[in-house]
Design a protein around this ligand. Structure first.
Ligand code: UDX
Length: 427
């Protein structure tokens, strides 16, 4: 078993440190925020992630998992140091490496000889060299081990990944990192640093392109009078297409796809390569937010002005408390821009700072006096909501379910009107 330090306690850092401790390694997580560290030491998670709290407590009890806000305590004894710091989007869409660089500089004199620094943060191609330069020590190796975990399913994804990728300057180094995961049974890929770095961006961008296409197909299906879910189900039965990641919605969002697609565009540009598909997928996604608002305006007689709109869901998807780059928020911004007042309910969000948006404590409180209801996140509990009670609280009856979570026929029999977006053939 190895001694591991994990720098950063965001989604990726927490899952990495807690996950590696559950494999039996001696892990010490570092965060510069002492309040966060105290929380973790007390066995409390600063984020909502199903199943992670249980293995956090198990890690603390077994003595395999510690947390500290003292960097030298974290790294001094570590054979491996995982950097899991944010790589936010810069003004030009590129990934901002300043946290990665400052973490590397801060630890460079603290690392023990022979330690391997492993980058988990999503970093542009060529970043391994940047980290090597920032550390500037010939006795320290640098590897890239991109993270593919999904929020809301992070524990499952850590234990049962589709693959693990490690890139380093030599197979010997990447194998040492890969050995940390010896208990995990999945395809394991040893690559160069550049390849590992690009696999992450290329995978996330492919998924984003797929979803943009799914959303475009859903709109076309409705326009021609086809059932979008049946169309997508029919497509997904082709094993070359696959039936996962085929759910239409109000657009894709979250902490990865929006940032990573723009970063890939920027990486390609910096190498003089054109990636028109990525650019189109980003544009299609922006249109999909506005489409929901336009569809509602049409259903409400042509305008949202002065209308009260109840919204179910604020997080970027279900089973997370994360509203970063949430398509729900992007849609709500369009609703407000059109003159609407939005009252939203989300099981994990109790407040959100946006003029024109109020967060209600329950679905019925959100529905009270509303002209229409829009579902923007696929929380399964929304399928259990009492439709008669909701419709009785509303003044209008228009319902748009962008995530297909409501039982449409039940709602219709309770008086809901689901606007059809069937359009006339233009030519
Ligand atoms: C994603 C990648 O899946 C993960 O591998 C990567 O490492 C980080 O980014 P995450 O951002 O947690 O994970 O969410 P994901 O489940 O991929 O969903 C992203 C967005 O796509 C969400 O807004 C979600 O609602 C949307 N989505 C996903 C759909 O609209 N339809 C689908 O079928 C799947």
């Amino acid at each position: 078993m190895s001694k591991i330090a994990v720098i950063g306690t965001g989604y990726v850092g927490l899952t990495t440190s807690i996950g590696l401790a559950s494999l039996g390694h001696e892990v010490i997580g570092y965060d510069l925020d002492p309040a966060k560290v105290e929380m973790l030491q007390a066995g409390k998670l600063p984020i909502h992630e199903p199943g992670l709290g249980e293995i956090l407590i198990a890690g603390i009890k077994s003595g395999n998992l510690q947390s500290t806000s003292d960097l030298s305590e974290a790294v001094a004894d570590a054979d491996f140091v995982f950097t899991c710091v944010p790589t936010p989007q810069d003004d030009d869409g590129s990934a901002d490496l300043s946290y990665v660089i400052s973490a590397s500089v801060a630890m460079k004199d603290l690392l023990k000889p022979g330690a391997i620094v492993v980058t988990k943060s999503t970093v542009p191609v060529g970043s391994a060299q940047v980290v090597e330069n920032a550390i500037g020590r010939s006795d320290i190796e640098v590897a890239s081990n991109p993270e593919f975990l999904r929020e809301g399913a992070a524990v499952h994804d850590f234990k049962h990944p589709d693959r693990i990728v490690v890139g380093a300057r030599s197979t010997e180094i990447s194998q040492k990192v890969m050995d940390l995961y010896s208990q995990i049974d999945c395809p394991k890929l040893l690559t160069s640093q550049e390849t590992a770095e690009l696999i992450k961006y290329a995978s996330n961008s492919f998924l984003a392109i797929k979803l943009s296409y799914v959303n475009d197909v859903a709109v076309l299906s409705e326009a021609v009078g086809a059932d979008p879910f049946e169309v997508l189900q029919g497509m997904g039965l082709d094993t070359r297409i696959g039936n996962r990641f085929l759910e239409p919605g109000p657009g894709w969002g979250g902490s990865c796809f929006p940032k990573d697609t723009k970063a890939l565009e920027s990486i390609a540009k910096s190498f003089g390569v054109d990636l028109p598909l990525i650019t189109a997928a980003i544009a299609s996604n922006e249109i999909s937010h506005k489409r929901v608002a336009d569809r509602l305006a049409k259903a409400l007689g042509g305008s949202l002005n002065g209308k009260t709109i109840a919204v179910l869901g604020l997080t970027f998807k279900a089973n997370t408390d994360d509203t970063r780059e949430s398509p729900a928020i992007a849609v709500i911004e369009h609703l407000i821009k059109g003159g609407g007042e939005v009252v939203a309910y989300d099981p994990m969000v109790s407040s959100y700072d946006l003029a024109g948006l109020t967060v209600a404590p329950s679905p019925v409180a959100a529905a009270n006096g509303a002209d229409a209801l829009v579902v923007l996140t696929e929380w399964s509990e929304f399928s259990e909501i009492d439709c008669a009670e909701m419709l009785a609280a509303m003044t209008g009856s228009v319902v748009i379910d962008t995530r297909n979570v409501l039982n449409k026929s039940l709602w219709q029999s309770a008086g809901a009107t689901f606007p059809s977006s069937e359009t006339k053939r233009v030519v």
